[in-house]
Write a protein that binds this ligand. Sequence first.
Ligand SMILES: Nc1ncnc2c1ncn2[C@@H]1O[C@H](COP(=O)(O)OP(=O)(O)OP(=O)(O)O)[C@@H](O)[C@H]1O
Length: 227
Amino acid sequence: MSNQAVLTSTGLSKQYRDGKRDVQVFENIEFALHKGEAVAIVGSSGSGKTTLLNLLAGLDKASSGCVEIEGQAWDALRDAKRSKLRNEKLGFVYQFHHLLPEFSALENAMMPLLIAGEKTAQAKQIASALLQDVGLGERLDHRPAQLSGGERQRVAIARALAHDPACVLMDEPTGNLDETTSKEIQELIVRLKTDKHMAFLIVTHDEKMLSWMDRAYRLSNKTLTLI
Ligand SMILES: Nc1ncnc2c1ncn2[C@@H]1O[C@H](COP(=O)(O)OP(=O)(O)OP(=O)(O)O)[C@@H](O)[C@H]1O
């Protein structure tokens, strides 16, 4: 495992304006995710996990503090550059998978590669291998509506990994998967972090996931604590 930081936050604070008062979500979060690590964040509903993921991904602005991806501060970049860097470096798996309904599983998983300028044949090869890895080798031509919730989630996972991102941010990735499929996803993550030094930051309620993570943090009382 390399010690190189992929994602860091320094003095990260966020508050929202609620009517006339400011609501502080968290304060002074110091965090670092390194190459080849899988790190979990747990916390009760409303503790700020999604807010933190959005800040780390450069999708939202902090009230104060700084987030850097491979040494590059999101704040220092203009919108177009920020989007380009995000597309290159990050993969996302959301609670709601946001697949494009009119496209097949294979086409959805190919999308980030095509956006990155990959040739269609090559994109097809990479995406189908990943869909095979997540147990969907027989479902390549199915559209999202023809897949179960768990199968859709697995397409979203393949899509997030297709362009070989430095870091994958996951929000409850195994929330609607059965135990066997969750285990397959776990094995895939472990393989990718070992072989490709990919970093994973995973928001989860799944206690079983914590057992094989490198570290886990709890977000509560506006701070992030190692557990
Ligand atoms: N745009 C917004 N404006 C005002 N308050 C917000 C906004 N977005 C989130 N909040 C508040 O910030 C707090 C943290 O929300 P967040 O969605 O980050 O929590 P969470 O830990 O991801 O919750 P859950 O597990 O339920 O998804 C909540 O109290 C929420 O109401």
